[in-house]
Design a protein. Structure first.
Length: 576
């Protein structure tokens, strides 16, 4: 759900970035700087030049993650005092001002979250070259009875050897290894600001890397990474539900300005049944993190599947890129759930003005945080005809986050004792962030809470930077989120409500949340609440509900959930 998806977005941050830049503050050239992220500092290299037409252009490279691969800059501005650019392919932007004292552009690189980035003239220094490691490596560890797949990828470029770590069962990928060292066959490196340390040896034949993976002061886990065949690639994931043409319905690209928020224009897809209409309609609202119109996650596109199914059954469906994401404009990093509710109502107004849409039969379908956003939107829009909550929260959000951390932690092999130690630290951080007036106050509060003992209880190395948490938890979205109580807005809803949860949901626990929604909506005469057995947070048919299953499961959205929504909608809002 919310925080979890934000954390995933953090680990996916800057997976593909670009290349190299230069000199004087008002000239073209190469600039480099290490941006502070929750997974450690990432070295970025930016190159800016002036084209034949006099316009500025350039590219950017993530030297630690994808050396040699660049992405173009857009909207570059550069003068004596200010440097700005965007990276459209990443929905990212940079804004910096010249610091004579630092001899650098000092500013912020924003891609979902904001990170501090100072760019200095010249190329980044090269890193050491380590022979014999290049390629893909796979292994696994067993932690408290839970098997967790582990992966490494080493690559030597002209700028040196880099390594990337992944843990598919924790949905972690693209994390740079640090402190890589090799002495004969002995190999050592750290991951995630020293949270994980590998120490081992390369076999004489170069085909295996055997050693231990551990957190400082905690149990060492034995692991053997085996080299994968040269050129081996993971088999393409099967997604049999992904809609493919030809379709028995129409599809339109739409652009919807949010008149309440200048600078925000939402891009999306509207699917319409064949015929003139007017048709009943659904607006899909995505979960947390910067989501595209299909709510793409772990190789799945659940919103494309839902839209296809409902449109085949007579309903128009609108799905949108979140503000500041993909083709939508705006600043995602500064938005809260209330802002996303404003976007949802802008989408409603756009649909209601169309002659081929039945204005009295437009509702919201919200997944995860979208199930929180929809009731906020309805509180300011009495014309909404219905709401479907897919794993939407019903309990106080700080309590939901505590239960979520425990459920997800147990699936990742953390012991009950470790979870018991970490929970009070989480609770203190959530309470402090909720009270903070701004980002700075929230970050200061988190740093104060992270005493050496608290870091140990939290499973962090003593010298781990507080930015591991402040970047994720100190922003406006999370402050709003922690202060939000779903009950008042749920209680105000008088239109039909369908609330669904999967029994194996580890992010929004079905029992507590459905009970809270049932109680909050008790005065509403048309409320249907269903717990679907065997389904996880993404409404896939699962075995454990663990997040590591998401990508492995071929099903994108269970037919049982699709059929339930369709039958419920057709009973109340079918086209005449």
């Amino acid at each position: 759900m919310p925080l979890f998806r934000r954390i995933l977005a953090v680990f996916a941050l800057l997976l593909a970035l670009p290349q190299a830049a230069l000199a004087a503050p008002v000239g073209a050239g190469i600039w480099h700087g290490a941006g502070a992220t929750p997974i450690g500092d990432l070295m970025l290299v930016v190159q800016i030049e002036r084209g034949a037409d006099g316009a500025l252009k350039g590219d950017i490279e993530s030297r630690d993650q994808n050396p040699g691969r660049t992405m173009p800059l857009t909207s570059v501005t550069l003068d004596k005092e200010r440097l700005t650019f965007a990276v459209e392919a990443l929905q990212a932007k940079y804004e910096g001002t010249w610091s004579e004292a630092d001899k650098a552009w000092v500013g912020t690189f924003t891609q979902g979250i904001a990170m501090k980035l100072a760019l200095k003239a010249g190329d980044a220094p090269a890193t050491p070259v380590f022979a014999g490691l290049d390629g893909r490596w796979a292994g696994e560890v067993v932690l408290n009875g839970v098997t967790l797949r582990q992966g490494l990828r080493f690559r030597t470029a002209p700028t040196g050897t880099i390594g990337l770590y992944e843990s598919p069962d924790q949905m972690v990928s693209g994390v740079p290894v640090r402190g890589l060292a090799r002495d004969g066959n002995a190999v050592r490196f750290t991951i995630l600001n020293g949270m994980l340390v590998f120490s081992g040896a390369l076999a004489d034949d170069g085909q295996s890397l055997t050693g231990t993976l551990s957190q400082p002061g905690q149990t060492e886990l034995a692991i053997t990474f085996k080299r994968q065949a040269a050129g081996a690639k993971a088999a393409a994931a099967k997604r049999p539900q992904l809609p493919t043409a030809p379709f028995p319905y129409r599809s339109e690209e739409v652009s919807i300005p949010n008149l309440a928020t200048p600078g925000v224009t939402l891009a999306g897809t509207l699917t319409l049944p064949e015929g003139k209409g007017p048709f009943p309609a659904a607006i899909l609202i995505s979960g947390s993190g910067a989501q595209d119109r299909d709510e793409t996650l772990a190789g799945h596109k659940p919103f494309a599947v839902i839209a296809d199914h409902l449109t085949r059954n007579g309903f128009a469906v609108l799905r949108l890129d979140d503000r500041g994401t993909a083709k939508s404009t705006g600043d995602f990093s500064k938005a809260t759930s209330a802002d996303f509710a404003s976007d949802a109502n802008a989408a409603f107004a756009s649909l209601a003005a169309r002659p081929d849409i039945s204005s009295g039969k437009i509702g919201f379908i919200g997944h995860s945080e979208g199930g929180m956003i929809a009731p906020i939107a309805i509180a300011g829009n009495p014309k909404v005809a219905y709401v479907i909550l897919l794993a939407g929260p019903g309990t106080k959000l700080d309590q939901l986050m505590l239960s979520q951390q425990r459920l997800i932690g147990s699936q990742m092999g953390r012991s009950e004792a470790d979870l018991d130690k970490a929970e009070p630290v989480f609770a203190k951080i959530f309470a402090a962030v909720a009270k903070a007036k701004d980002n700075a106050e929230a970050e200061a509060a988190i740093e104060a809470i992270l005493t050496p003992q608290a870091r140990a209880d939290f499973g962090l190395p003593a010298d781990a930077p507080a930015s591991i948490l402040t970047a994720r938890l100190g922003g406006p979205w999370f402050r709003y989120f922690l202060n939000y109580d779903p009950v008042p807005n749920l209680a105000r809803i008088t239109v039909p409500v369908l609330a669904i949860n999967g029994a194996l949901d580890r992010q929004v626990p079905a029992g507590d949340n459905l009970a809270a929604i049932r109680k909050a909506t008790a005065a509403n005469k048309d409320v249907t609440i269903v717990e679907l057995p065997g389904l996880n947070h993404l409404f896939q048919t699962a075995k454990t509900g663990g997040i590591g299953e998401y990508q492995m499961i071929e099903e994108s959205f269970a037919p049982a959930a699709l059929d339930l929504m369709t039958a419920w909608l057709q009973k109340r809002f079918a086209a005449r």
